[in-house]
Design a protein around this ligand. Structure first.
Ligand SMILES: Cc1cc2nc3c(=O)[nH]c(=O)nc-3n(C[C@H](O)[C@H](O)[C@H](O)COP(=O)(O)OP(=O)(O)OC[C@H]3O[C@@H](n4cnc5c(N)ncnc54)[C@H](O)[C@@H]3O)c2cc1C
Length: 425
């Protein structure tokens, strides 16, 4: 958006907070929960209604494929805002009900149970759903997605030592589940269609590292394999591959990414393009409707292009941007994306987007269990992946945010603290 438009937009947002008395949020997840609590933290005294299709209060999803699946975290420990906290903050939570339709001219939200909610401002924080497979047999009773607490409960009921779990997809969720399941004593096979795991998010060297780690842990990992069918009904017993082999399975996890939940916006006539299209302030083309989190496609000021991100950090930051705009204190969404994944004893932390890098610098040893990969473009750091290096990650975040010019030799030298590479303030 040109600077003058941005300014005009900001002025219009600054003048409207007094009229906002009634905020309705669709989607009681990370972004919806953050929007509601940030509104209260910032002193909003009007009505806040949080509508969620799931019965639970807003909860954190990352533990679903980690500690919650492993059984070391309770359901309550996932709650971002326990019921008592919502009550104390006077946030009305309507759980277990789907929002079906927005009437933009009447400024009303229609729920599946017939209730109709008036709003001054509506926030769409509808997240995404697990992408499904359209293959024959994919509707088998032992084929599961992983997006919600309910999904993990189903999956966990099958997680008994010795059982054969076939995981379709070598992305974050597939690999995290593989790590947990193999530790539980299951026989785990991972089938990835692309030539390497984590192919969409990192470089071949880091993919190879994770492939080695999983294989050493006992995971039977295959890349570049195409699935042709799920065999058996109502329970799938085999996964058939294009190369003619058949992989026996007691149950199957499909972890092939997610699809943003945009239908509510789409039916209401709002622009949708790989997510609900919003401006720098997370506002849709309807000035009374905002969108945040996995469902939103935003212009990222840091990268100078549109992005739809799927991370806790993004959901929280956008929730705060929405709250700020609703309170007449608009802030442009301008953050460097970061993400993490836990597998075995390893913590992978990623900052920035490495696409377009021209030089990679490695610090540490890919054959060990701790290293950092830095991605440079024209001598400046644009992204980093670190494995079990909390300190390096902390400084990498700063270096990426500053587009810092770095000396590759110093970067690679373990005896040089990354702190010393930060530009002088
Ligand atoms: C298994 C798993 C592991 C993950 N691990 C990590 C990690 O390690 N690190 C990380 O940064 N991110 C991780 N993520 C991603 C992160 O959890 C998401 O990016 C984040 O939850 C997005 O928040 P959100 O509020 O946009 O969406 P969600 O948290 O998905 O919330 C959206 C909510 O909206 C509800 N909803 C949708 N449509 C409607 C409707 N019409 N009416 C009412 N309610 C509706 C949905 O039911 C859902 O409860 C993980 C995700 C999963 C599934």
């Amino acid at each position: 958006m040109p600077g003058s438009d941005l300014h005009r937009n900001k002025l219009s947002l600054m003048s409207e907070s007094a009229e906002v008395k009634n905020v309705v949020i669709v989607g009681a997840g990370q972004a919806g929960g953050e929007t509601a609590s940030e509104l209260r933290r910032q002193g909003f005294t009007g009505r806040i209604v949080l509508v969620g299709e799931e019965p639970q209060v807003p909860y954190r999803r990352p533990p679903l494929s980690k500690a919650f699946l492993a059984g070391t975290a309770t359901e309550e420990s996932l709650f971002i805002m326990p019921p008592a906290g919502l009550e104390k903050a006077h946030i009305e939570f309507l759980g277990g009900v789907r929002a079906e339709r927005i009437d933009r001219s009447a400024k009303q939200l229609h729920l599946a149970d017939g209730r109709v909610l008036d709003y001054d401002k509506l926030v769409l924080a509808t997240g995404g759903r697990a992408r499904g497979l359209t293959l024959a047999g994919a509707e088998g009773k032992n084929v599961f997605p992983l997006r919600s607490i309910a999904d993990v409960k189903q999956l966990r009921a099958h997680c008994q030592s010795g059982k054969r779990l076939v995981i379709i997809g070598g992305g974050f969720i597939g690999l995290e589940v593989a790590a947990v399941a193999v530790k539980m004593g299951l026989k785990v096979t991972v089938l990835e269609g692309l030539p390497r795991v984590l192919a969409r998010v990192t470089v071949p060297e880091v993919s190879a590292f994770f492939e080695r780690v999983h294989r050493e842990a006992g995971v039977d990992l295959h890349t570049g394999v195409q699935i042709t069918a799920f065999d058996g009904a109502p329970l799938v017993t085999h996964v058939d591959l294009e190369n003619g082999s058949r992989v026996p399975a007691d149950f199957i996890l499909v972890g092939i990414g997610q699809v943003p939940n945009v239908e509510l916006a789409q039916i209401a006539g709002l622009a949708v393009d790989n997510g609900i299209v919003v401006d720098e302030y997370s506002r849709t083309e309807d000035p009374d409707i905002y969108a945040a989190g996995d469902c939103a496609n935003h212009p990222n000021a840091f990268y100078g292009r549109r992005l739809r991100l799927e991370s806790v950090q993004n959901a929280m930051e956008q929730g705060r941007v929405v709250a700020a705009a609703l309170l007449g204190k608009p802030q442009v969404y301008n953050v460097v994306p970061w993400f993490w994944s836990d597998q075995y004893d390893l913590k992978l932390q990623m900052v920035g987007l490495s696409a377009g890098f021209d030089h990679m610098v490695l610090r540490g040893d890919l054959n060990g269990r701790s290293f950092a990969a830095f991605y440079l473009k024209d001598g400046r750091m644009i992204a980093a992946d670190t494995v079990s290096r909390a300190q390096d990650f902390m400084f990498a975040k700063k270096l990426v945010a500053l587009h810092a010019q770095v000396d590759p030799l110093q970067l690679a030298d373990e005896s040089v603290s990354l702190k010393t590479l930060l530009p002088a303030a």
